[in-house]
Design a protein around this ligand. Structure first.
Ligand SMILES: *[C@@H]1O[C@H](CO)[C@@H](O)[C@H](O)[C@H]1NC(C)=O
Length: 351
């Protein structure tokens, strides 16, 4: 009995070692996108869209408001940890970190940005093309730090995460007249898909080979969108959810096409729509109690500076809430969604 137990234990540890070993195949996680993945770049630029003050980060290590738009971590942090790397991914512009830290993970994302240049202009944040410029600068620094060969190996074996698009629709297309006078929403989806393609092709030319792209969650169910949905008694805005599904489908076709066309590229669609939708439809299955309002402040419309520590209405237990502020998920939601994507998409493809 004792022997069997030990043998089992031995097998289990060997299996775990194998898993851990296979996980070290990814030497670094490199992140592009918007507030869904920004770990603090907006702290260092002049924009009103910030979150480096309390109560943001109150469930992060040390209760630190890092500039993540959450009470805790964002998906790339969980992904990094699952691949055996560090539990948080530093922001490229953060002066507390250097190339030594960035060698195993770096985030170029900027809250409020989108595929479209006119989206990042709305809140004066980092446009996607500039995220790529920062990436080029990072490559040079990495080569100076580790030498050409080692750096190139990391850059081609790294997992590149892209997560953006919500702001193109909600902060630009549906809010401002410019793009709406030029494009139908379907045409705008096509336009953004083309911009996504151009970006991925550039990243590929620069050496990126393992890419995960995340499109849109059911953005019509964000508390802010419910609040302004007077017509439908503050239900989810169906049109926005339909656009999200349509755009995701277009991204998935793009992913298939690029996998066919670009040798040695492995790109996957980490589509979070269904899992987030499932959580929103049946929150109690996941241990949530509140889905229509966010934790911070009244939960109806506040984010960034309106979600601050002077607001007396902020909830005490964010784990009961799907959303942290009116536009962003809680740490717990991010964790559940990321685990789902890891198990179903990322670990099978890159683990
Ligand atoms: C966005 O702006 C950059 C920098 O000005 C420019 O190089 C790029 O062509 C623009 N993209 C589009 C689609 O207009």
């Amino acid at each position: 009995m004792r022997n069997i137990c030990c043998i089992t234990w031995l097998l289990v540890t060997q299996f775990l070692m194998l898993v851990t070993e296979s996980q070290t195949k990814i030497p670094a996680i490199i992140v592009f996108g918007d507030s869904s993945v920004d770990s603090g770049n907006n702290n260092l630029i002049s924009t009103l869209l910030k979150s480096n003050f309390r109560p943001y980060g109150r469930d992060f290590t040390g209760g630190l408001p890092t500039g993540r738009f959450s009470n805790g971590r964002v998906p790339p942090d969980f992904i990094s940890q699952a691949f055996g790397l560090k539990p948080t991914i530093p922001a490229y512009l953060d002066p507390l970190f250097s190339i030594k830290d960035f060698a195993t993970g770096v985030c170029f994302a900027s809250a409020g940005t989108g595929y479209d240049n006119t989206t990042s202009a709305v809140l004066n944040v980092i446009p996607l093309w500039k995220e790529l410029e920062y990436y080029k600068e990072y490559r040079n620094k990495l080569r100076a730090y580790l030498g050409e060969e080692k750096a190139n190996e990391i850059l081609s074996e790294a997992l590149y995460l892209m997560s953006l698009g919500t702001n193109d629709f909600l902060e630009n297309y549906y809010l401002l007249p410019g793009r709406r006078s030029q494009f139908t929403v379907g045409q705008y989806e096509d336009f953004l898909t083309e911009l996504a393609e151009n970006f991925i092709r550039k990243l590929y030319e620069l050496g990126g080979r393992k890419i995960s792209i995340t499109g849109l969650i059911p953005m019509g169910c964000l508390p802010l969108e419910r609040t302004t949905n007077f017509l439908d008694q503050h239900g989810c805005v169906k049109e926005y959810n339909n656009v999200a599904m349509e755009f995701n489908t277009k991204l998935e076709s793009l992913v298939e096409k690029l996998n066919r066309e670009l040798p040695r590229l492995k790109i996957v669609s980490a589509n979070a729509y269904n899992i987030v939708n499932e959580i929103i439809r049946r929150p109690s299955l996941y241990g949530f109690e509140v889905v229509k309002k966010a934790c911070c402040a009244t939960g109806s419309f506040e984010m960034s500076y309106l979600c601050n520590q002077h607001n007396p209405f902020t909830c005490t237990d964010a784990n009961k809430y799907v959303f942290w502020d009116a536009f962003h998920p809680t740490d717990k939601t991010n964790h559940i969604v990321t685990n789902h994507l890891l198990q179903n998409v990322l670990l099978p493809a890159f683990g």
